[in-house]
Design a protein around this ligand. Structure first.
Ligand code: URA
Length: 237
């Protein structure tokens, strides 16, 4: 939380004194209402601020959390398929907004979109080892041996070796469910991991990226803007 006059001075060409004067004269609105107290405190990440009737951009970059529904590809454009960008309202389609990582067309759940290339790199670079959490439904009975295999690092049918992950079995029956945590993002990684265990994936949903969990208030297809605090959570998990 910061003082209103300070927020304006930090995000515009106005000095702190000019900002204080504009506020006093009722030329500043926060979330649609005039605020006349320069000492009033707000969270600059979450407010809509206008000065002399013009919105003041408070954020340089924009990062969205989307609850991706099935049927959309993780791309900005595609000649045949519907893209996740089509789920973003026109006014939120910031220049350079692109998916930070990919979920398959049939995968659901947490997908981040950002206009910040540096942030995107920090999320998807294999060297950064951000853990991704999935709820996976597979055909066949998951057993402790499968969890041990994931823990020890699976060798895919292609011969690629994977880093150790974590598989917590939630339900073991003809169709099984588990929470899977991995720290790489190889092409179709979860599907290929489970296939190598002989348990083909029936449904896949990503529930967290690093320490940032999918906001369950978001219905499939809905999204929200992330605050800096939420973005920081990605790297604390
Ligand atoms: N692994 C997959 O196989 N698919 C995804 O969409 C994400 C991870």
């Amino acid at each position: 939380m910061d003082r209103l006059d300070k927020i304006i001075a930090e995000h515009s060409r106005y000095s702190r004194r000019e900002a204080a004067d504009l506020i006093r004269r009722g030329r500043v609105t926060v979330n649609g209402a005039a605020v006349r107290d320069g000492a009033a405190k707000f969270d600059p990440e979450t407010i809509l601020l206008t000065v002399e009737g013009i919105a003041l951009p408070l954020r340089q970059h924009h990062t969205l959390m989307l609850n991706k529904p099935a049927g959309y590809v993780s791309a900005t454009e595609d000649p045949r398929e519907k893209t996740v960008l089509e789920l973003i309202r026109e006014e939120d389609r910031y220049p350079e907004l692109f998916p930070a990582g990919r979920l398959d067309k049939d995968t659901t759940g947490l997908l981040l979109l950002t206009s910040d290339g540096g942030l995107c790199h920090r999320i998807i670079s294999p060297r950064k080892e951000i853990w991704k959490t999935y709820l996976v439904t597979v055909e066949g009975r998951l057993e402790e041996a499968d969890a041990a295999a994931v823990r020890n690092g699976i060798r895919l049918q292609s011969g690629e070796d994977l880093l150790p992950g974590e598989l917590v079995i939630l339900e073991s029956a003809g169709v099984s469910r588990a929470e899977l945590r991995i720290r790489e993002g190889k092409f179709h990684q979860v599907k290929r991991m489970m296939a190598s265990l002989g348990k083909p994936v029936l449904h896949l949903k990503r529930t967290a990226v690093g320490g940032l969990a999918l906001d369950e208030m978001l219905a499939p297809g809905e999204y929200k803007a992330l605050t800096d605090r939420e973005i920081a959570q990605i790297f604390n998990g």
